[in-house]
Unconditional design. Structure first.
Ligand SMILES: C[S@@+](CC[C@H](N)C(=O)[O-])C[C@H]1O[C@@H](n2cnc3c(N)ncnc32)[C@H](O)[C@@H]1O
Length: 233
């Protein structure tokens, strides 16, 4: 269980640096014309995520930091029994995802443009997500930057609140010491149980290699997987 003093610490450092990477003409068009249809807009209060989908009674899965969107699009395309939300701050990735949602006519996928930390803290009700996926969260490899890593103790507490009973968290990282940090963070909290990777839900079967996974493999870093289930509430 986490101590109240740690919970009370303010999260000040962002887990991302907003990349000014080139936004292509097609991505720019999507950002201008498809946002209304496929994004969930932030307001001051809690979002009604289920209500944004045609079938609000389905399970709700989030892909946090979906980057170029390979994993997100693949999950939503292959697994129409659930609703998916992609959360990202990176415009070019959001533009790509919007185009692909439109081209594939997907009704079970929406995008939220937001810092996931603030989003969960401010706009998401408790017990919302049946599953949350993190594929290659920014590693912040230098020790002096480890405090910027998203999957900190404070964030794990937020994840606990925002997942449903038996909710799942799946994570892949190619940075060994981030892998152990995440593993130790969940293991230190008795409210989470480590799950066998053979029990992965269908939407996580045969995920495509994402851009960052391909980069990791080229650079000789081995991806590792972590899988946890909320044990109690
Ligand atoms: C290393 S990239 C991985 C992208 C993708 N999942 C992949 O495997 O190719 C990490 C992504 O997380 C996003 N990200 C980092 N912190 C975030 C935050 N607090 N809220 C939303 N997205 C975030 C970044 O913008 C970036 O696109």
């Amino acid at each position: 269980m986490n101590s109240p003093s740690i919970q009370a610490k303010k999260h000040t450092k962002k887990s991302f640096v907003l990349r000014r990477g080139r936004v292509t003409a097609a991505q720019r068009r999507a950002l201008n014309s498809l946002k209304n249809e496929y994004t969930i807009k932030l307001g001051k209060g809690m979002l009604n995520l289920a209500g944004a989908f045609l079938d609000p009674d389905r399970k709700l899965i989030a892909d946090v930091g979906f980057g170029s969107g390979e994993s997100l699009l693949s999950m939503a395309n292959k697994y129409s029994e659930a609703n998916f939300v992609g959360i990202e701050v990176y415009s070019s990735g959001i533009g790509s995802a919007l185009n692909q949602i439109h081209e594939n006519n997907l009704t079970n996928l929406k995008i939220i443009e937001a810092d996931v930390f603030q989003l969960l803290e401010t706009n998401i009700a408790d017990d919302t997500f049946d599953g949350i996926v993190f594929l290659y969260p920014d590693p912040w490899p230098k020790r002096k930057h480890h405090k910027r890593r998203l999957l900190s103790e404070r964030f794990l507490n937020l994840l606990y609140d925002k997942t449903t009973k038996n909710g799942l968290v799946f994570c892949k990282t190619d940075w060994e010491n981030y892998y152990y940090q995440i593993k130790e963070g969940f293991s230190a909290d008795e409210r989470w149980a480590s799950e066998d990777l053979t029990n992965l839900p269908e939407y996580l079967h045969s995920l495509p290699k994402t851009k960052y996974e391909r980069k990791a493999l080229i650079e000789g870093r081995q991806p590792r997987e972590l899988f946890f289930r909320k044990a109690s509430r």
